[in-house]
Design a protein around this ligand. Sequence first.
Ligand code: N01
Length: 532
Amino acid sequence: MTDLDVVVVGAGFSGIYAVHAFRSAGLTVRAFEAGDGIGGTWFWNSYPGARCDVESKDYSYSFSPELEQEWSWSERYPAQPEILRYLNYVADKFALWPYIQRSTRVTGASWDAATASWTVTTADGGALTARYIATAVGCLSEFQVPDLPGLDSFEGPWYHTSRWPRAGVDFAGQRVGLVGTGSTGIQIAPEIAAVAGHLHVFQRTANFAVPNRNRPWLDAEEREFKSRYRQYRAQARESFLGVPVTGTGRPLLSEPPEDVQRLFTARWQAGGGMPFLGAYTDLLVSQAANDVVAEFMRDRIRETVLDPEVAELLCPRGYPVGAKRLCQSDDYYAMFNRPNVSLVDIRSAPIESVYPGGLKTTSDSYELDALVFATGFDALTGALFAMDIRGVAGLPLRSAWATGAAAYLGVAAAGFPNMFVITGPGSPAVFSNVVLSIEQHVEWVRDCIAWLRARGHTTIEPTADAQRAWMSHVSEVANATLFPKADSWYVGANIPGKPRVFTSYVGGCGPYRAKCDAVAAAGYEGFRVAGA
Ligand code: N01
């Protein structure tokens, strides 16, 4: 007998839905959440400018038609506070609060073969047992601050965007240094520039950013859209990215160049990253096709940024568009026309150290009052490795995945029975509308547990062979694309010493869902079950 059927680790989009789905299936469940509020990514990343780059109509739960109809988004792209309000509304509506224990960090989980159960320990000294554990820790949770000599000596405050002070930060009139120009840096920079005395943007790698063209969601538009929400969701589930995107269905290289330019111009005007990269079938597989879109985007930077030297420095080179997550901003490039913003190239002159009054590169010193790190995350595995997870015979997850993370279908790992990794390595999560991917994983896990219980089975674990075959399929699909070709968090390149492995499934959400369903229909093919 265990204390619970399922322990869920984390209460972001995935943990919240896991609690609801598992409870609705008659399971006893508790989620542990380290934060004192729910929301995961959207709880922690409360920096100014934080906004989702997937449209609100897509980036929302699809499991409840009622919820879908009654919630009203105010903008095309939802800002962080609104997403957080939405998630709290969901917890209220489905009465989930009693099953979510906040301010409780899970420190470890160990498998006991004799009782076919997990013992989960928490930072407050608590421990309980559960038959199953579902990690819902998010793919981008474990933030990273560069190990800069002298950072401790800095006299001003410094912040990481992922742990933004709840009360906000007043940069008015200050000299601020921003390190990092990924999706986060690109969002926060214009917000700081609007108030700071001076903003120095320290750029190691220039990034591609498309406009959002964010705008309010008008009542009439919303009403019309909601009248066909169900059909839209059905299309989304079968789509490649979890968002139905209308592409030409043709390769760019077969099109007359003037048609290509016309189409990109229209999509640039309309805004959004997915319609841009989904415009042609070869953009993410052919370097020559990708070069065309890259040059189109560099031209947009050159026509926006008035100083040609700054514009050239902002022009990304050396990796394909989309191989690092495509950023979105309506203001980032134009911000460099402000007199109080300067771009510092730390590729040619790297940061050497921080001193009490500022930051020193190999060529200059910058006097600063405050420092902001938008330097990203130890993605996919960081939050899992932050816990001491031990599977069969006490094997630590960190050791099992020492040369690269591996999970059968991206949801369960050999050596870790009865553990489900929501949006785990080997799944399409980070290459999709993650909310739909989360729902698909949670529902698959819920149905798997129901299937086991109906047959009296007590354990399920993928075979090493099935896992190996899946991960080699994941690599094969990725290697046929341009995705692994950039130094990005997708391959772990942003974390010193992390094995360089591309572990996301880029074969598309629809085909992935079909594969998961086929495995289930075949009696959980590739898994070993035991008990009864
Ligand atoms: O992190 P990143 P992020 N010295 O890893 C630089 C999601 N997200 O927080 O490219 C100097 O992308 C690093 O430079 P380089 C989204 O999936 C979504 O911005 O490694 N610089 C890079 O410029 C996204 O992809 C949304 O050379 C250092 C930056 O820091 C993911 O989160 C919004 C450095 C890190 O970029 C992560 O985005 C925000 C060092 N030692 C985030 N270390 C939306 O929905 C790192 N850098 C819109």
